[in-house]
Design a protein around this ligand. Structure first.
Ligand SMILES: [Zn+2]
Length: 285
């Protein structure tokens, strides 16, 4: 058997395959890259997709179908039902629809809780963080997501179309990017690990606000390309870059598209489904 290698997964929410190609970002593309069509997801929602990546199971199996998790199971069912219904309304932003439903339910007085490790334990489903010894998860949705990301998602819905609010949110995103980047590099340097899985919300939020402004999109994509360049120069193990969906233009703004991106610094055959990422990540590390 081949010796085990350390693996770093950069989980980049909303990183769009076509924009990576269009901006010719060499570092992000690595040695091998593919687009993955998300055929199995009726609702292109961030949390169910990351849940599938970390568990290797589809939403019907792992049970995470909405952004929000409700304490009351009846309300959970109602939210899933309403999200599916609202999905039939075209030209409304996916994230707004989800937050709209969850805001109504919250206002009536129902309690929200974040998806997290406790959910997976209760369900007796092993994630990559259970399977790989010495794995480090940095703010991974449905596992240990940074609380600030819930606030960012909510602020996004309010900020769309309001120039000043979008500018402020952009600053907050930049600070968060720098903080996570520092954390990633110090973790790699100082800790003992087989897997570091680091999640960034940046490109999803920027895509929702500025998908119509390619200059702005390019500047943010270049930040990530630069980070990957630095990583590739200093790290000898496997580097896997993955997104949960792309971003398509809707007017001046953006919404989730059905094409996710993945790239590798080693040879991998084309993944047939996003759940294959689970097997690629767990196969060597
Ligand atoms: Zn997403």
């Amino acid at each position: 058997m081949e010796p085990k290698k350390q693996t770093i997964v950069l989980a980049l929410d909303g990183l769009d395959y076509f924009l990576v190609k269009r901006f010719k970002l060499k570092s992000l593309q690595q040695e091998v890259n593919y687009k993955i069509y998300l055929k199995e997801f009726p609702i292109l929602s961030t949390h169910p997709i990351w849940a599938s990546i970390i568990s290797g199971k589809l939403p019907e199996e792992h049970g995470i179908k909405t952004i929000t998790r409700w304490k009351n199971p009846v309300i959970q069912y109602l939210n899933e039902f309403l999200s599916k219904r609202l999905n039939l309304l075209k030209n409304t932003d996916q994230i707004s629809k989800n937050i709209l439903v969850s805001d109504i339910l919250r206002k009536i007085g129902f309690k929200k809780i974040p998806w997290g490790k406790d959910y997976w334990r209760k369900k007796h489903i092993a994630t990559i963080f259970d399977i790989i010894k010495d794995s480090i998860a940095i703010s991974v949705p449905t596992w240990n997501e940074d609380r600030v990301y819930q606030l960012i998602r909510k602020e996004l819905v309010m900020a769309i179309g309001d120039k000043k609010r979008m500018k402020n949110l952009e600053k907050l995103l930049l600070r968060d990017f720098n903080k996570k980047k520092r954390l990633l590099f110090t973790t790699i340097k100082r800790k003992k690990y087989n897997l570091v899985f680091c999640y960034f919300i940046t490109l999803d939020t920027i895509g929702h606000m500025y998908r119509g402004d390619l200059g702005k999109m390019k500047r943010f994509y270049q930040l990530f390309d630069g980070m990957v360049k630095q990583l590739r120069e200093t790290f000898q193990g496997r580097i896997i870059i993955i997104s949960d969906h792309g971003m398509k233009k809707v007017g001046n703004y953006g919404d989730h598209s059905r094409y996710a991106f993945c790239s590798f610094n080693f040879f991998v055959e084309r993944p047939k489904s996003i759940v294959d990422m689970f097997h690629i990540i767990t196969s060597q590390s």
